[in-house]
Design a protein around this ligand. Structure first.
Ligand SMILES: Nc1cc(-c2ccc3ccn(Cc4ccccn4)c3c2)[nH]n1
Length: 246
């Protein structure tokens, strides 16, 4: 497979959507080798305990290190090659962007550690870092109850970049946030009918003039990006042309 992905979670059913559609097909065609594991497999007490009270006090519970240590030891036994990257969703992680998705899509093996409660005992990541690359990732500046939704987001963004997953690879470069699009947002898209509820499709798109269409689309992308995400608008560097290269 192009990518092996192991997901460890106390809510394996939450990852069921990964069996559907794009990612499901990638798994069936063997592009992606996906395995979801229940962390409680690596508990040994009657109540299959995965959490405990936080040292230093404070509200909530913390995930115990022992089950995680055993789970990661089982999934990545010492001597495993290639060494996987451990992806740990957390509100306190580096920002997940398209560039990070591209980076992760180049990895042969990803292991996702889905935390719950107030997070995972910090020693788990510290110990794993002695054997593999640990990547603490935030999918955005909002607080979730656990890492599972973040794994769905990260895996969707990563798997669609794998060769053979998306029918038309060209669609991967023409979209918002793609480097090839200068990181601009996508402008408006239209299809038939040419008039719908009195709304017309912009005539240039029906003109067949591909130069004009290309210019119009770039203008629309710039306009929308300036309105919605001014932080993404490329700043012209002094003494260089529009493409910033000359
Ligand atoms: N971008 C993100 C990622 C998360 C995330 C990821 C994993 C966990 C495991 C537990 N929690 C709850 C929690 C809430 C408050 C402070 C710490 N943790 C998570 C939240 N929220 N937002």
């Amino acid at each position: 497979p192009a990518l092996r992905a192991d997901v460890v979670t106390i809510f394996p059913d939450y990852l069921a959507p990964l069996r559907l559609s794009l990612i499901g097909r990638a798994a069936q065609t063997g592009i992606l080798d996906l395995a979801v594991h229940d962390l409680r497999e690596w508990t040994h007490d009657r109540h299959r305990t995965v959490d405990d009270t936080p040292y230093g006090g404070g509200a909530g519970m913390v995930m115990r290190p022992e089950p995680w240590g055993e789970a990661l030891g089982a999934l990545v036994p010492p001597g495993t090659t290639p060494v996987p990257r451990l992806v740990v969703p957390t509100p306190a992680g580096r920002r997940f962007t398209q560039a990070v998705a591209v980076e992760l899509a180049a990895e042969p093996h990803l292991v996702f550690a889905c935390g719950r409660y107030e997070g995972i005992d910090a020693r788990v990541a510290a110990d794993a870092a002695t054997r593999m690359r640990v990547d603490e990732i935030s999918i955005g500046d909002y607080v979730l109850n656990g890492g599972e939704a973040a794994v769905l987001v990260v895996l969707e963004a990563v798997v669609r970049l794998l060769p053979g997953v998306v029918g038309n690879p060209e669609s991967l470069t023409e979209e918002s946030h793609a480097a090839e699009h200068d990181g601009l947002l996508e402008g408006p898209v239209y299809t038939k009918p040419p008039v719908w509820r009195g709304h017309e499709v912009p005539p240039v798109l029906l003109s067949g003039d591909h130069g004009a269409i290309g210019r119009w689309r770039r203008e629309q992308a710039l306009e929308r990006t300036a309105r919605v995400r001014p932080d993404l608008v490329p700043v012209p560097v002094a003494g260089r042309g529009l493409d910033g290269l000359t």
